[in-house]
Write a protein that binds this ligand. Structure first.
Ligand code: ADP
Length: 310
């Protein structure tokens, strides 16, 4: 079955009807319609909107990528790789890939809607999180990462803005734009990618190549950021940040109380030699994750105020 699409333009951007035109093998044409709703956010090339399926009444987050931004072969390949990897993944802590189609102007990627935004917005409102919240969000991130690594996928861009929250407050890892799938287990990747604050030292070094351990490093940066309120190696310019990462120069500020268990876990994950970094299973065995019962989900009230300590 081949698929071609057409778009009916209306005056206003909102409530615009997007039509997916599906040409079946026998030549019949089926049309699926969506209403474009609320603007949700903006990425590199993509704008993300709520899309309502007029057939099923389901609401999705739709990544709309203008074809004009895909004129370079590299950009097209990158998007195709993102789609190929993301559509093969099925896990409760990974943003569900629903469907993709195109029309003359855009490529549309329909994703599970995460109505409570990302940990980025949460941190802006809350500044820093309690240890219970960090345990809850980090263990869900680790579930997603374990699934990815078991399927030979490295995410390579673990950061606040790629960790989404659903209306039920379930954490979902998204954005597979920098992800890569290894051909075999011992393969080392060489492409420099990632987000400055979260990038692992072996990626900056570039000589030895990198693998699954880069996600554990970023998880360490994430853990620090959730508990302290700012990333460990942050400075006002990227070069200095990179220098700090290479020298492992970070500290816990005196004015924030962080438990010894959390500090010990973070320092293990932020080990510069990737071979010495713990695996995800070893991370989960640390007392930070075993010393108390971790709630499966946080309550929606914690989007604005800390959970009560009782
Ligand atoms: P890019 O890959 O181009 O960086 P993102 O995937 O980061 O784009 O999406 C950009 C923004 O769109 C996000 O920061 C978020 O605000 C919003 N967004 C993306 N995916 C979803 C989703 N599944 N549910 C709700 N909002 C989303």
């Amino acid at each position: 079955m081949s698929s071609r699409t057409r778009r009916i333009s209306q005056d206003s951007q909102e409530n615009q009807i997007i039509e997916e035109r599906i040409v079946k093998v026998n030549g019949d044409v089926a049309i699926k319609s969506y209403t474009k709703g609320r603007f949700l956010g903006k990425g590199g090339f993509a704008k993300v909107y709520e899309f309502l399926s007029l057939d099923t009444k389901q609401v999705f987050a739709a990544k709309v990528i203008p074809k004009a931004s895909l004129s370079k072969a590299r950009a097209r390949q990158k998007l195709m790789s993102e789609i190929k990897i993301h559509r093969s993944l099925h896990h409760t802590n990974i943003v569900r890939f629903e469907h993709f189609f195109e029309d003359d102007e855009n490529v549309y990627i329909l994703l599970e809607l995460c109505a409570n935004q990302t940990l980025n917005e949460l941190m802006r409102r809350r500044k820093r999180l309690t240890e219970i919240e960090a345990q809850c969000y980090l263990s869900q991130t680790i579930s997603a990462l374990k699934y990815l690594h078991e399927h030979r996928v490295i995410h390579r861009d673990i950061k606040l803005g790629n960790l989404f929250l659903t209306d039920k407050m379930e954490l979902k890892l998204g954005d597979f734009g920098l992800a890569t799938k290894l051909e075999f287990d011992g393969e080392r990747k060489r492409t420099i990618c990632g987000t400055p604050n979260y990038i692992a030292p072996e990626v900056l070094d570039g000589k030895q190549g990198h693998s699954y351990e880069v996600d554990v490093w970023s998880l360490g940066v994430l853990a620090y950021t959730l508990l302290v309120g700012k990333p460990p190696f942050e400075t006002s310019d990227v070069k200095t940040t990179y220098r700090r990462i290479k020298m492992n120069a970070y500290a816990f500020p005196d004015h924030v109380s962080v438990s010894d268990e959390a500090k010990s876990l973070i320092s293990m994950m932020l080990t510069n030699d990737p071979a010495m970094r713990p695996t995800l299973d070893q991370v989960l065995e640390q007392s930070f994750f075993t010393k108390n019962v971790i709630p499966k989900l946080m309550q929606a009230g914690t989007l604005a105020i800390p959970p009560s300590s009782s």
